[in-house]
Design a protein around this ligand. Sequence first.
Ligand code: NI
Length: 159
Amino acid sequence: MAIRTIREEGDEILKKVSRKVEVIDEKIQILIDDMLETMHKFNGVGLAAVQVGILKRVVVIHTDYEKEEPLILINPEIIKQKGEQTVEEGCLSFPNKFAKIVRPEEVTIEALDRNGEKIKLTGKGLLAQAISHEIDHLNGEVFIDKILPGTLEYSSPEK
Ligand code: NI
């Protein structure tokens, strides 16, 4: 496993649409392991492959490091969403920037896991927020373009 470089604000790749994964081969397995390691190293809640420069529809999410295993989603698609929540949000590609944003309160998705098995799950609260944020990345959308006006805050780098 290896830590990959996170692409940051201003990098044009973040605006590109990622391609569907056709074959879950060894390269994808290595990518997933590296994404998990990179997300954990920077204490992220989620990471999309585009953020490490790979335009493939692969996402890792980990909302509770202590109680849950990370979620690995390949070719995720939202099939249903419900409600709204106004939440504080950040992104590993926008270090030290945080803002309020409206996300669905609940999302149901279909995806493949790392073994290529179909999974369907419903996430609420933080998980719904993370899924929505990461799927946006796969579509070339970044949170900063959707934030509620006047809510942008900068945290100190030491934090
Ligand atoms: Ni992000």
